[in-house]
Write a protein that binds this ligand. Sequence first.
Ligand SMILES: [Zn+2]
Length: 378
Amino acid sequence: MNISPRDKNSAVTILAAKKILTNFDCGQTKDFRWRHGAYNQLVSICDPQPNKSTMLSPFSLLLTLSFLFFLNPSLLFCHAQAPKISFLGNTPDAQIQRTMTALQDTFHIVRVAALTFCSAEPVFLRYFQPNEATFVRNIFRQLANIPLDQVITSENVVDLITSPPYAGLNQKLEYSWILLDQDPYQKCVDPGYNAYMHYDNPQLDALIILCDHGFRWPSIEEIANPPQTAWARDSQGHPLPGYSCDNLGTFDSDWMKTMGAVILHEYLHWGFYFTNVPGWHLKIAPDPAQGGKRDIEDYAGQLGPPAVGSGPYNAKLINDNYGNTGQPFAPTLNNVENYVWFAVSKYWSWRCGRDFAAAPSGDAASKREASGFRPFWP
Ligand SMILES: [Zn+2]
């Protein structure tokens, strides 16, 4: 991962990018195009040089006592407000590096979704109802650390993505941990799990456990600029299906899915992170089994088909089937994958400069397994 420092060159590029930025309300957002300078600012959250020898802290002891009686995880702090990455002594450096890249991708995706938000676009109306726009916009602003009442204009957008405190991350992220090579609740044994979130402890700290299967998904840059590897290019050097903007197909599919999107999915489950979003207690269903704690959950077929809410096709179906039925807690707003696929499709349409259509079926939207996953490492 190439994480550029904020050098003079990127500042110059950002100023050049500013000229093409206009207002970020509907109808104007299409002028906010991907540029290298803007990209570097959007992803810059983390020092890429982990130093394992200095990473032990009292928190690792706490984790050891709580969950891992025989393991001694080390910790990586990349930023004062950033999630902490907890890993073991034999965790490969490549795994740690890929995790950091994925975290940057997560916040890159949410910043683009927040900055280019437009409720009149088909991609929004594919996954949500028009009257859900303010709430959804605020969820992404909260993720992107943009004040909920901020008016975004061509004059301030560059400041928003480049200046403290908003260029940094939300302070609540300090209470989140990314665990590698650790499976305290024994869910990673199920190959259906890419990752899972756990946060029922009294401090509401979030544990995001990244299973090895989560590392099958590429990064944004591996998709956009495929490396010269056999899993991304053919023997002539041409990108394989699912790699490069030209090879992402015409509709929303898991070719768009990255490790960053996997982590985004897990953060969306962390109700503690969103309690200040207006309407949270009215729109997000309480869980009686957990003392009324409110989290955005995974739809599980409680109203009828689909049986699960994962993937772009099922998320769209939930909107089509139940979006306008007056449910007290809207199934769209209460299914994590509706947010994920809105943001992921939005991201790639911004990055590739073209819109993607709705997935025509669940099978059609599951492309990566057939075309081949990325190897876990390096
Ligand atoms: Zn989930």
